[in-house]
Design a protein around this ligand. Sequence first.
Ligand SMILES: [Zn+2]
Ligand SMILES: [Zn+2]
Length: 141
Amino acid sequence: MDMRSFEEKICDIRFCRSCSISSLKRWKGWPIRDPLPLLPLIENGKCKICGGTNDLLSMNIIWLNIHGPYNTGLPDYWILKINEGKTFKKKFISKWGLPYYKFETCKRCGGLLLVSIFNPPIGWQLKKQCMKSLLSGTLIE
Ligand SMILES: [Zn+2]
Ligand SMILES: [Zn+2]
């Protein structure tokens, strides 16, 4: 996939800001390999989990690589960061891709399928994660 077609397909998903922040902070790992935290959506104006109304746009959540002080090679690990600065966002998209790129419909369960996209030097990588499997174990009903 080239960069232009990637950027054209970005759609903004509205997550609940207050529920998302702590989940994003806890994540540490490697893009595509490690599952992403489930972030509740703002639906009909509010979050089903906490009732909050403040949103966080999916395209403002980015991969950020962390290097140790003497590490000049591969990153030690990656984190998820919120970046709402427009200039940096554009630059970032062309660089590393987006963890919360878009949603599709899961063919197995009919629920939401989260699509992540990562652009390391070796080329684009894509991962699809069913939100249902993300939910199991984290939601108490
Ligand atoms: Zn919430
Ligand atoms: Zn599914």
